[in-house]
Design a protein. Structure first.
Length: 289
């Protein structure tokens, strides 16, 4: 692991943040999870744009702007030195007195971590993962807009914990109206009646970078794909379900709530899109050397 902090590259044991940073105290900040494939940072500019938009929504200034965040990512990845890696880029509100008022925090902090990551073991990617519907609901957009990838991830953490305790690999989150929002750490796609569908941001889905890539690739492959509201019925009745995320990639789902999805194994649409995704990643990446 290599960490960019205040312009320096540090090892894990050397990096320190003050305990009065409001990112720690109140989850006040934004972050991005970014992948590196074959020595290239995948869709870096798209990630930086989303980080910038989220920061604006929180009235949070990016220290040094997008240019400094970009430089921090490339420096951390170069220091890590591996052709395949995971990057966590985050901006906190910075140090301030106790109390939620952010106006007393005058210096936002930028941090970038580069490390190895494997969310699911290879055998799960071959067989498909098991989903379970979480009892925790996604907060509505008038509580916290899902397009803001904030440091406050407690909703996702509790859903993931519930899934693991139920013996499943991942949690499915519904919104207050009972429609599908996303998984705990990924977006959801369902293939049914020759159409690929994914929930819209208005239903609580983060507008994921890998999600966007899959929609683009589907169009190039002649696969009908669009955003539309989904319920659990759509997933139970689907021929295929898969998840997408920067950390996990494109992951097939074999069951939901102990009910087999389709044939209960990865399907041809997932396979076609995953192969296209792997082929496309070099062209959509930024070299860090």
């Amino acid at each position: 692991m290599k960490i960019w902090l205040d312009g320096e590259i540090l090892d894990e044991g050397e990096a320190r943040l003050p305990v009065t940073d409001h990112g720690l105290l109140y989850g006040d900040g934004v972050f991005e999870g970014i992948r590196v494939f074959a020595g290239r940072v995948f869709r870096l500019d798209d990630h930086l744009a989303r980080l910038s938009h989220g920061a604006k929504a929180l009235a949070l200034e990016l220290p040094g702007g997008v240019a400094r965040a970009r430089a921090a990512v490339l420096a951390a990845v170069a220091a890590h030195g591996q052709p395949d890696a995971y990057v966590r880029l985050l901006v906190t509100r910075g140090v301030g007195p106790l109390g939620v008022d952010p106006s007393h925090c005058v210096a936002p902090r930028l941090v970038c971590i580069a490390d190895d990551l494997r969310i699911f073991p290879p055998e799960k990617l071959q067989a498909g993962i098991d989903l379970v519907t979480s009892s925790w609901r996604r907060p509505p957009s008038d509580v916290l807009d899902p397009r803001v990838k904030s440091l406050n991830y407690l909703n996702n953490v509790l859903a993931k914990l519930e899934a693991r305790r139920a013996g499943a690999d991942e949690a499915l989150l519904l919104n207050a109206a009972g429609r599908v929002a996303e998984a705990a750490v990924a977006n959801v796609f369902a293939w049914r009646d020759d159409v690929l569908a994914t929930p819209p941001g208005a239903d609580g889905a983060l507008e994921g970078i890998t999600r966007r890539t899959v929609l683009e690739l589907a169009g190039q492959l002649g696969i009908a794909a669009h955003e539309r509201p989904l319920t659990r019925f759509d997933l139970y009745a689907a021929d295929e379900v898969f998840l997408t995320g920067s950390g996990a990639g494109i992951v097939p789902v074999r069951s939901l709530d102990r009910r087999a999805i389709g044939a209960g194994r990865p399907g041809p649409v997932w396979s076609k899109l995953r192969n296209a995704y792997l082929d496309a990643t070099p062209a959509l990446g930024v070299a860090f050397r």
